[in-house]
Write a protein that binds this ligand. Structure first.
Ligand SMILES: Cc1ncc(C[n+]2csc(CCOP(=O)(O)OP(=O)(O)O)c2C)c(N)n1
Ligand SMILES: [Mg+2]
Length: 591
């Protein structure tokens, strides 16, 4: 029986093991969409509200499962809408394949309606592989290569299919000169550095007396090995944002997040260490790493391009994190002097107490940190968390204690607003029996989240387990940037750009048939979480939080403190509230 190109495309995706596509229709992909019903039992189509969300979901699918995510959008506007989500995937090294339509081959080059130079548009974001399928015989290799390259390079690839080609009869590549004959399948290789380099690395690590480790997304599947090496080296371990789920936070030698959203113990760890072992991270802010020359460095990364990128390393090991650490273990000598690690643990013990105190500082009406510490205590087993960018990312980074078996992610390198809710949706589709949490600011909700609540209302009854929670921080402000303006630029608040219109997120959720909980008193925070966790349907928890609680960097530099004070002196309209909040946060009073 003859088969169209559109039909073969879906069949090939199934052969590659793809189970779900995130998409939005348009006449540029009708030839693909028409074939979808024939695959209903093998390929789930998730209809989103905006193509950018489809790309975020494909990205989150890749981040949470390790499999490539697939998104499908029409030509012109649909393809353009994908871009931000695709960049999120590219920057965080998540394998994502974008399939997009194009004007018909008979009209291409004719300045035709919805005709955009897609090959050029995607050239940067899908730089490793973007191709336009001009003939049915070229489809097979195009899709095979797009998926294989996305996986092998951990990046974004794109297949553009003109609409008339989608409707043509499929033709297998002929057995003749000029044909490209490809197959499916990819398995990860085992990549381990040379023995001599492992030995050099071990020598550096064995010589150190104060070893700091920094782990990122590349170490997510190497938890056991990271813990074993850290124990041998008596090291403290800081976690880059994307590596939050590498290790549970109950170990006091885990110093949590690093950087502007980091902890003081991570800062101290880096400033005082004599040796740095970095595993699977491209954490960008070098000023939070040791000063050049202070520490001897060893780095492990599967991607040779990422080595010695943030700190000049003495030994650069190109290899898989788990395999390389395992190969290092027999070469390491267990440090008998544990005083460095004990110091780290003491610092972390104090830090957790401080976090708890900061969360309990009274605010008007709710201190946002309290939402996170109260959630942290109650997080169900195997929870999956997705944070948005904004102040939520600070509290997510510092106040949520990850436990074993949990997963957590966000937009790390692009740090874009808007992925919180779509990431959580993709997590739920990938792991329908696990509880999923989106932690989102009101700006990000207004940008994307409230629209994707409609997607949740469309699909949640299909989920065998309804546990799905969206925390909205309603502060009527683009607060993270408001603080950046204050702390970095020394400018006063700019209400015309920063203040957000109010919106009733909880009521809106109810209107969609979801549960809505609005909490506006600190005393009600614990109870709000308890009620939410018992809900028989997805819940939006709208928390009325105080925009004057400062997401202070772990170490306020003199410069930042100065511009902060100047902003207040120049008549920032919120000056009094901020002043009192900053004061309490820095010098919390014991209750
Ligand atoms: C697409 C995009 N636009 C703008 C920014 C800059 N930005 C980063 S955080 C932020 C504020 C987020 O506000 P909201 O979601 O309300 O969270 P809040 O910080 O108020 O808790 C902005 C504007 C961004 N990162 N991404
Ligand atoms: Mg806000």
């Amino acid at each position: 029986m003859s088969q169209t190109v559109g039909h073969f495309l879906l069949e090939r995706l199934v052969q590659w093991g793809v189970k779900r596509i995130y998409g939005y229709p348009g006449d540029g992909i009708n030839g693909i969409d028409l074939a979808l019903p024939a695959f209903a039992d093998r390929l789930k189509y998730v209809q989103v509200r905006h193509e950018e969300m489809a790309a975020f979901m494909a990205c989150a699918h890749a981040k949470f499962t390790g499999e490539p995510g697939v998104c499908l959008a029409t030509s012109g506007p649909g393809a353009i809408h994908l871009l931000n989500g695709l960049y999120d995937a590219k920057l965080d090294h998540a394998p994502v394949v974008a399939i997009v339509g194009q004007a018909a081959t008979i009209s291409m080059g004719g300045s035709y309606q919805q005709e955009v130079d897609l090959q050029n548009l995607f050239k940067d974001v899908a730089g490793e592989y973007v191709t336009t399928v001009m003939s049915p015989a070229a489809l097979r290799h195009s899709i095979d290569r797009a998926i294989r390259i996305a996986r092998a390079e951990r990046t974004v690839t794109c297949v553009i299919i003109p609409k008339d080609v989608q409707e043509l009869d499929m033709v297998a590549p002929p057995h003749k000169h000029g044909a490209v004959v490809t197959g499916t399948g990819f398995t990860e290789p085992r990549v381990i550095p040379q023995n001599r380099d492992l030995k050099r690395a071990a020598d550096v690590l064995n010589a150190g007396q104060k070893v700091a480790m920094l782990v990122g997304a590349g170490a997510l599947r190497a938890a056991k090995e990271v813990a074993e090496v850290a124990d041998l080296l008596g090291a403290g371990v800081a976690k880059a944002l994307l590596g939050k789920a590498v290790l549970p936070d109950h170990h006091l030698w885990v110093t949590g997040s690093i950087g502007l959203l980091g902890t003081k113990p991570s800062w101290d760890l880096m400033m005082e260490c004599d040796t740095l072992l970095m595993v699977g991270s491209s954490f960008p802010y070098s000023e939070f790493l040791p000063k050049e020359g202070q520490a001897r460095g060893v780095q492990i990364d599967i991607d040779g391009r990422m080595l010695s990128l943030r700190y000049p390393m003495e030994v650069n090991l190109c290899g898989d994190s788990a395999e390389t650490l395992r190969a290092l273990v027999p070469l390491l000598v267990r440090k008998t002097d544990r005083s460095w690690r004990e110091k780290v643990e003491k610092g972390m013990g104090d830090w957790w107490k401080l976090m708890d105190e900061r969360a309990r500082v009274a605010a008007n009406p709710i201190n946002p940190q309290l939402m996170f510490t109260e959630l942290s205590k109650r997080l169900p087993e195997n929870a999956i968390l997705a944070s948005d960018s904004g102040s939520a990312a600070n509290w997510y980074a510092r106040d949520i204690k990850i436990r074993e078996g949990m997963m957590a992610s966000l937009s790390g390198n692009l740090a874009t607003m808007g992925p919180g809710v779509p990431y959580a949706i993709a997590a739920k589709f990938a792991f329908p029996d696990r509880p999923v949490f989106a932690l989102v600011g009101d700006g990000a909700m207004q940008m994307n989240g409230i629209n994707e609540l409609i997607t949740i209302s469309k699909y949640w009854k299909e989920w065998p387990d309804p546990r799905f929670y969206v925390l909205v921080l309603n502060n009527r402000d683009l607060n993270q940037v408001t603080w950046e303006l204050r702390a970095m630029a020394g400018s006063p608040n700019v209400p015309s750009t920063q203040t957000l219109p109010d919106f009733s997120y909880a009521h809106y959720a109810e209107q969609l048939g979801l549960a809505g909980i609005r909490v506006d008193k600190a005393a009600g925070v614990g109870a709000a979480w308890e009620t939410a966790l018992k809900s028989n349907r997805p819940v939006v928890i709208e928390a009325m939080v105080d925009p004057d609680v400062p997401p202070l960097p772990p170490h306020i530099t003199l410069e930042q403190a100065k511009s902060f004070t100047e902003a207040l002196l120049k008549g920032d309209p919120d000056a009094r509230g901020i002043m009192s909040q900053a004061f309490h946060a820095m010098f919390p009073k014991k209750e």
